[in-house]
Ligand binder design. Structure first.
Ligand code: IPM
Ligand code: MN
Length: 364
């Protein structure tokens, strides 16, 4: 198989974790005889420094032409005081909107051996296997933003929250389809007791459900969902929700797995195979450049890329199994180590995964 991947390392720990994911992809390519061609480009704070904008038109164009996009992270304190449209995060939003990536899949699987890392009781998190399906191109993130002055002369700000039925319908379908090949349950999360957009959300999801009678549908208010995620996360299979709620709940859910450093994501459009893959964590400027970051979320994102964009199921599973084996063997980056455990660096962790891939491919 011959494929072109645009690689956007970005800021902070982005370049470090991306380097390890590329090592892993290269190893998979050589084990299976694929050819992955990488086109590197600059986004986020680095692009602001070099080109004065977080995302260049030509970068977006390059991503549109590619078979898939792999992204590290964007942002950092250096660019935090810039006006909204010039923040590094705008690169992410521009890519999501520009590539039509409305469906964001964020799986949370609690890997047995790191169950001790979670701050939540072992019996609560052990065996958690859920999928957050986050709407990614609508809602507050993309509504009109405005500053004005109130009648009393006070500075005020407006963020507009709009959803239309088509946007809700297509993300609901993604959730039901995903549930069909999992445990057949969808929890749709909204704030229908207060927000009109929440009431539309609930109506449309209920309507789409008529085509998926083999899947159980439950509606849950977002505040309750935040509580249930900690109280009894095993009740969930697929959670589907709007952009902002999905952002917040997926960070919360990541802590079930012990560390956000283990959380991959896929962002998909309705164009078959097109997608962008990135770790859920940010650029972590506090540990950038020190070789401390956990590369597993990015490595697992590369596995999702192989699965969803290239249809390479076996290769994806090989990577996921390698991650489990290495964690089983007790290898820990700083975010995963409990006191007394020795700490492995970013590069070394990547190296362990590569070695594990070689070993397991040979014994297959
Ligand atoms: C995420 C991030 C982004 C978001 C930020 C960096 C814009 O937190 O992917 O979850 O809010 O979507
Ligand atoms: Mn987030």
């Amino acid at each position: 198989m011959q494929k072109k991947i645009v690689v956007l390392p970005g800021d902070g720990i982005g370049p470090e974790v991306i380097a390890e994911a590329i090592k892993v992809l290269d190893e998979v390519a050589s084990l299976y005889g694929h050819q992955f061609e990488y086109e590197y480009d600059t986004v986020g704070g680095k692009a602001l420094d070099e080109f004065g904008v977080p995302l260049r038109e030509e970068t977006l164009e390059r991503c549109k032409q590619a078979d898939a996009v792999l992204l590290g992270a964007v942002g950092g304190p250096k660019w935090d005081t810039l006006p909204g449209h010039l923040r590094p995060e705008m690169a992410l939003l521009g890519l999501r909107k520009g590539l039509g990536l409305f469906a964001n899949l964020r799986p949370v699987e609690v890997f047995g051996p790191v169950v001790e890392t979670s701050t939540i009781k072992k019996e609560v998190v052990e065996g958690v296997d859920l999928l957050v399906v986050r709407e990614l191109t609508g809602g507050l993130y993309f509504g009109k933003k405005e500053r004005s002055t109130s009648a009393e002369g006070l500075d005020q700000a407006i963020d507009e929250l709009i959803y239309n039925e088509h946007e809700v319908e297509r993300i609901a379908k993604v959730a039901f389809e995903a549930a069909r090949v999992r445990r057949k349950k969808v929890t749709s999360i909204d704030k229908a007791n207060v927000l009109e957009s929440g009431r539309l959300w609930r109506e449309v999801v209920t309507k789409v459900h008529q085509q998926y009678q083999d899947v159980e549908l439950e509606h849950m208010l977002v505040d309750n969902a935040a509580m249930q995620l900690i109280r009894n996360p095993k009740q969930f299979d697929v959670l589907v929700t709007e952009n902002m709620f999905g952002d917040i709940l997926s960070d919360e859910a990541s802590m079930l797995a012990g560390s956000i450093g283990l959380m991959p994501s896929a962002s998909l459009s309705d164009e078959a195979g097109k997608g962008m893959y990135e770790p859920v964590h940010g650029s972590a400027p506090d540990i950038a450049g020190q070789g401390k970051a956990n590369p597993l979320a990015t490595i697992l994102s590369a596995a999702m890329l192989l699965r969803y964009s290239f249809g390479l199921q076996e290769e994806a599973t090989l990577i996921e199994d390698a991650v489990k084996s290495v964690l089983d063997a007790g290898v820990r980056t700083g975010d995963l180590a409990t006191s007394g455990e020795s700490i492995t660096g970013t590069e070394q962790m990547g190296e362990y995964i590569v070695q594990e891939l070689r070993k397991s491919k040979v014994t297959q």
